[in-house]
Write a protein that binds this ligand. Sequence first.
Ligand code: B12
Ligand code: SF4
Ligand code: SF4
Length: 325
Amino acid sequence: MSGFRSRRPEPRFPPAPPPDDPVALSRLAVRAALENGFDAAGVVAATRPDSFSTFRAWLDAGLHGEMTWLERDARARESFDSILPHAKAVLAVARAVVPGGDGNVARYARGEDYHAAVRRDLKRVVSRLLEQAPPGSHFRVCVDTAPLLERELAMRAGLGFLGKSGLLIVPGVGSHVVLGEVLTDVALAPSAGPVDPTWERCGSCSRCLEACPTSAFLGPRWLDARRCLSYLTIEKRSPLTPEEEAALGGRLFGCDVCQDVCPWNGGGPWAPSAGGEGAWLDPAPLAGIDDGAFEERFGKSAIRRATAAGLSRNARAALARGAAP
Ligand code: B12
Ligand code: SF4
Ligand code: SF4
């Protein structure tokens, strides 16, 4: 149908045989995830994502700015085969980030890099599954690293709903969660029935859309990333304009405003308040940080994503505007 041709060689392995009891194996996967420190887990069939066309339209509108890597592997998000040949099911998981209040570092990036922590614990889940899965089964762990539409997967697996902020909200936990997945060629039974695309539980609330400091939302779940402070502090590689610098308001990495105002997070351990471990970075020593010192300090932190050049640029902007901790 399309002109897209995978340049990948034929899969190196045959598909896994069907499991004796897909429902039992699926339940085992969810139980193992919950036992390994995830707050929500569910299984979804590895079928073409419903929202691929939304994603494509978002790219076509240029709302991704300099995140050209999203453009590069866009087509891979249409099918799971480039990530795991013969993929049949996905175990989607969500984990609450470490509680803590305000800071100039977004909550998800404080402490141990969540990519490493989630990967480690999902590997434990896979070890458990390998004991029961049919011989010849394959599993692949992904955490924000593979070309997947992770929020859709989480929603369709029954973990929660997508708020107007675009964030997955897990009822009882909130939106301060990070997501991960295990892809498998074993036909695990889905945990949830088909999801109604219009299902959301925001009601008449639109606090996140209104509170965003840069008015980055063009509508519910429709973000102009180029205006988002998370993008400006983490992903944007070119210099900041004076307007962008001012908009940062002293933030060094990420932004939590659209979550701070959300009633689904209200009163919980993430209520805006003073600090918490790793919440604040002093911009002064970071303003001139070089690659070596940056790697030493942030090599095992999610902050690494900003690069030394990006973080020092943010720190200089904070100092120029007198926004020290
Ligand atoms: C690129 C990216 C960004 C960009 C763009 C964000 C954006 N809104 O698109 C920037 C740098 C701005 C960013 C910021 C943040 N990000 Co980010 N980001 C990603 C990444 C790598 C890709 C997201 C993407 O494809 N965006 C393009 C848009 C169009 O897709 P989407 O956001 O997934 O939206 C889809 C759904 O909303 C869906 N949808 C909407 N309506 C409907 C209806 C139906 C029926 C269905 C099926 C789907 C659907 O359609 C969209 C297209 O598929 C994902 C990881 C991943 N691989 O998915 C993390 C991810 C989304 N980010 C995450 C986080 C934590 C953040 C921040 C909170 C970080 C921070 N504190 O600074 C902010 C939040 C900003 C916000 N309000 O979205 C988490 C989200 C966790 C959660 N609770 O949802 C993810 C999942 C990473 C992870 N593994 O945990 N991020
Ligand atoms: S992370 Fe901050 S800047 Fe980005 S959409 Fe949310 S409130 Fe707006
Ligand atoms: S702030 Fe309100 S509109 Fe935004 S995600 Fe939360 S409940 Fe939904």
